[in-house]
Design a protein around this ligand. Structure first.
Ligand SMILES: CC(C)(COP(=O)(O)OP(=O)(O)OC[C@H]1O[C@@H](n2cnc3c(N)ncnc32)[C@H](O)[C@@H]1OP(=O)(O)O)[C@@H](O)C(=O)NCCC(=O)NCCS
Length: 437
């Protein structure tokens, strides 16, 4: 963060209480828009900035992820997401996000070996699962059980120590897939499958999801690669709602397992992590190709309130670099599994074609987004829709712990405490109950 051009913004405010002025420094990052530093605004003017939803506010400095929505750019530690998705593994991407550089082969080997040993859960944690109803949503199980980890791993909880922060970060990345897979097994009534310390990340995860005692489940490498890509593409996305939640909770010095549990709760909201589930529900409601024209009529009618789920993006207005990669992966998976005759996938491919040709979509820059393809791939892999957001959480844990670590190590860090514009009653005197009727 620099102010090397000595630039500043001058503000002149006329309000009912008089006029005030402020000179505010302009700070430049290494890429992207500069920011006006409003930290002294209230001292200079007696007023706060107002930005509900934080759409115009940079809440922190960060060196982890850069997004340029207009240009369709997503970089992690400077590396384009396309290059990472095509060349790196999810574990390599995790190392990059956590430590800022791609690992050497020796560093990668040590990281994998260490991470794989952290996959096991304390055996007592099994008991937590029995406390949930069998029909509990797996996100509820994940959220509760991750918070419960704080009761087991006290040695990593002095977050002022770098080794403790690192240990907690590794434990979270390694253990959350085990909890996620067990949440699934619990809801379908199958026995838990223990993690395999010899398997790479996605192979182990698929194995814990789909193996059963007595069946020799062999992980298909094309499907493991597809899972790895989905995880890489969801690993981090700058200061989104769940990441901001993790940073906010973390700013109080709360224990890291509780911080990540809060992030999981934020991700669970349908406005955040639920879009691929919604895209698939929409396909199921359309049913077959024949249902498309009537559905499209409704989508184009502004008054219907119906949108084509899995199309468009708030930040990426021209294209989403992640969607392009998953489009290719989706076609690979469909071919590998011989699913080209599946009616739902056939319907999805027809919608994809229409959206790239139809004037309504083309003129508004609407194209299938990452959720459209990830929903289709997960469905093809046999993962139930209730697990989609759980998978997102498995991937995003890497971003959350990297951002939490960065926040904890920021010397300028302080408890997050926004202010408000009060619009309630002015001061008034208490009326005793007998005088209120
Ligand atoms: C993601 C989303 C919220 C972004 O919305 P936004 O940036 O606010 O876009 P706008 O609401 O300004 O839309 C611009 C225009 O495109 C239309 N539009 C946007 N997304 C649309 C969609 N999915 N289906 C149909 N029309 C859509 C809007 O109706 C609007 O049309 P108008 O100019 O005639 O009024 C929106 O595209 C959407 O709801 N998509 C479906 C949900 C989804 O897949 N979300 C996951 C995103 S990763």
């Amino acid at each position: 963060m620099e102010n090397n051009k000595n630039t500043s913004a001058s503000l002149h405010v006329e309000s009912a209480t008089g006029a005030a002025g402020a000179t505010l420094p302009v700070l430049d990052g290494s890429m992207g828009p500069s920011v006006i530093d409003v930290r002294t605004l209230s001292q200079q003017t007696g007023m706060f900035s107002f930005d509900p939803g934080f759409g115009g506010t940079a809440a922190c400095t960060s060196s982890i992820t850069f997004i340029d929505g207009d240009e369709g750019v997503l970089l992690h530690r400077g590396y384009p997401i396309e290059e990472l998705a095509l060349n790196a593994s999810f574990t390599e991407t995790a190392y990059l996000l956590l430590y800022g550089a791609l690992p050497t082969s020796a560093q990668y080997h040590d990281f994998c070996t260490d991470m794989y040993t952290h996959r096991m859960l304390n055996e007592q944690i099994r008991n937590f699962f029995n406390g949930f109803r069998r029909d509990a949503h797996p996100m509820a199980i994940l959220c509760g059980t991750v918070a419960a980890l704080s009761a087991f791993y006290n040695d990593g909880l002095d977050v002022s120590r770098a080794e403790a922060r690192d240990l907690s970060a590794r434990r979270l990345i390694a253990k959350i897939p085990t909890i996620a897979a067990w949440a699934y097994k619990y809801t379908i009534g199958e026995p838990f499958i223990y993690p395999d310390e010899a398997m790479p990340f996605s192979e182990n995860f698929l194995h814990m999801l789909f193996a059963r005692p007595g069946n020799h489940y062999k992980v298909n490498p094309v499907l493991a690669r597809a899972m790895d890509r989905i995880l890489i593409l969801h690993a981090d996305h700058e200061q989104n709602a769940s990441t901001t939640t993790v940073r906010l909770v973390g700013s109080t010095g709360a224990n890291p397992f509780a911080c990540i549990s809060a992030g999981i709760a934020a991700l669970w909201g349908p406005a955040h992590g639920g879009a691929n589930e919604a895209a698939l529900a929409m396909l199921e409601s359309i049913g077959t190709r024949e249902g498309i024209p009537a559905f499209m009529e409704k989508v184009k009618d502004r008054n219907s309130g119906i949108r084509l789920m899995g199309f468009g993006h708030r930040v990426y207005k021209n294209f989403d670099p992640r969607a392009k990669i998953l489009q290719a992966t989706c076609h690979e998976v469909i071919e590998e599994l011989g699913l080209d005759r599946d009616p739902l996938l056939d319907l999805a491919m027809e919608l994809e074609r229409i959206a790239t040709e139809d004037e309504y979509f083309v003129s508004r820059g609407l194209y299938p987004n990452v959720d459209f393809y990830s929903g289709l791939i997960l469905k093809a892999l046999g993962i139930p829709t209730s697990m989609f957001t759980v998978l997102f959480a498995v991937a995003r844990t890497v971003g959350w712990v990297s951002q939490w670590k960065e926040m904890s190590e920021d010397p300028a860090g302080r408890i997050n405490r926004p202010r408000q514009l009060y619009v309630g009653e002015k001061k008034r005197s208490f009326t005793p109950m007998k005088d209120r009727d």
